[in-house]
Ligand binder design. Structure first.
Ligand code: SIN
Length: 177
């Protein structure tokens, strides 16, 4: 039996776990937003960076990458991802639509930061988010890298995400690499 994981943030551009295949995919009814604080990857406690989570939105579509993993080592991979996503993300199960024609949907896991988690930051004006991103660094590196790599990966896939692209433009205008 296959296990599928849908990534919409760092899991799009840095899937550091073994997978059998990777597909462009989307989930319906959710938008990607830089509303989650990161104190263990792109920021530190007391000075969090900003990373993405999903927010429910009627009619919205969030594009990302679907990964199929071997069910035999599924538990080990899910344990590793639970550690990586431990800064406020819960694992939920959703329908994941595979982009290739005729492939339909699979059921799989998605890491979702709920507003009641301790690292939740919520909405803010985009220029404020850009300033926070520019100054934030954590054990996984610069917060700017997270934003720019995600924007580049989504552009490579040929998909639109106004929130991510506008933030990436602001981060670049601010003189980030
Ligand atoms: C994801 O990429 O799917 C979850 C959020 C993140 O790790 O950036």
């Amino acid at each position: 039996m296959s296990v599928w994981i849908f990534g919409y943030g760092s899991l799009v551009w840095r899937p550091d776990f073994p997978h059998v295949e990777r597909r462009a995919a989307w989930i319906d009814g959710w938008s990607r937003r830089f509303w989650q604080g990161s104190t263990d990857h792109r920021g530190v406690p007391g000075d969090p960076g900003r990373v993405v989570t999903l927010v429910r939105e009627e009619g919205a579509r969030c594009w990302g990458s679907a990964y199929r993993i071997e069910s035999g080592n599924g538990e080990a991979i899910l344990d590793r991802l639970a550690h990586r996503e431990k800064g406020g993300y819960d694992r939920i199960t959703l329908d994941i639509h595979l982009a290739a024609p005729g492939e339909g949907a699979v059921t799989g896991f998605v890491y979702f930061a709920n507003p009641d988690n301790p690292n939740w930051l919520g909405p803010a004006p985009l220029p404020d988010i850009a300033r926070q991103v520019r100054r934030s660094h954590g054990p996984s590196g610069a917060n700017t890298e997270y934003v720019l790599q995600l924007a580049a990966a989504l552009r490579d896939m040929g998909v639109e995400d106004a929130h991510v692209f506008a933030l990436a433009d602001l981060v670049k205008e601010d003189g980030a690499p």
